[in-house]
Ligand binder design. Sequence first.
Ligand code: ZN
Ligand code: ZN
Length: 418
Amino acid sequence: MPSSVPSKIRKKIEWFFHRAEGAFLSDAVLAAEGAHLEPKEARARLADSGEHLQAMDLVGRFEQLERALDGDAEKRRAYVGQYGAAGVQCFRAGTETRIYCLAVETFPRHVNNVYVVLEPGSALMLDCGSDLPSSRRDLALGFAVMRDLFREDVRQEALDWCVISHAHYDHFGGSNAVKRETRAHLAVHELDARVLSCFDERLVVVSKDIDVYLRRAGIADDARAVMLGLYTAHKTLFKPVQVDRVLRDGDQIGPGYRVHHVPGHCPGLICLQVHDVLLTSDHVLARITPHQFPQAITPFAGLEHYFHSLAKIRKLEGINYALGGHEEPIWDLRARIDAMANFHRQRLARVLEVCDAPRTVLGVAEALFGHQEGYGFLLAIEEAGAHVEYLHDLGKLRIANLDEVATSRDPVIEYVAR
Ligand SMILES: [Zn+2]
Ligand SMILES: [Zn+2]
């Protein structure tokens, strides 16, 4: 897949496809849940995007879409079977299980995959998006599309389970609505349960921990205040929610789906094994490498846990393919895991190079990612921090200004390669 297309354009083109595919929906759905799609306009925008379609290797898909839109029911069925429609795609697991992937815009231009897993007598949803209007809109549309185009007898209100893959806001922020508006029981790994059930406490404690971390990383007072504001943005509206079941590694849920605990990107992150398909959430993604946090901010995060969890999933037998919490399916899970582990090893080597002279975490982040602003700055610091911490834990970096750290109340720590 060509990776040269900027993600902003990639997302725009995907969005045009989802909207243009709205033409497959019945008038009733288009007038209600799909009113924002305006498929005709989206089709025209796609027709004008030839250069991007080519760069993204999507010309064939667009031509097939054009033929399906102008063609008979069979052409439409073939297109929907291959690509899905309006942000909903159907995958198969085992002999009679359908896994629907619902593309849900959880933050502006940030899309999550919510999965609805159906088999006789069971309806389970993995993750529930955020509580933003776009997220609720896309979820409602997803269920309408499953009924309208895929002829599934499924309603959000009648789900048995809502399993939260991990306590990041784009994955669990909608859980209050799930509890309020559906009969689904809410399940999450035990290490993330507290975030949901005591969210107010969590927000306060983590804000303090991040503040200390950022100070030691070398970030000035005013920049720290801005970053903390970004961290808590969107999150202050969430009310703590009661968790019905806490999950542990090896548990089964629904009709025998297995829970694999994979700490690293988040303490309570799980992969859910649905027969021969692994739902990997943010543990393994098709294109980007999931964001890493230092353990110093969040226990059970950090690269040591992440590498261990990658190796654990790599050993699983009987997995045909994987579906991540964002982006496309992962058809070769082991190859993708190897590529991701390799990516982090190279980044670790780069950090060691950068630290041939003493550097703060801020200095390392600037060397790795250049100048960053806003939320990107916070992400850069956390990602650099996770790598510095791992190298320090392994004894490959040492603290260069130990005397200063020993005597100062608020030390900025500098690291140097041993
Ligand atoms: Zn995440
Ligand atoms: Zn995510």
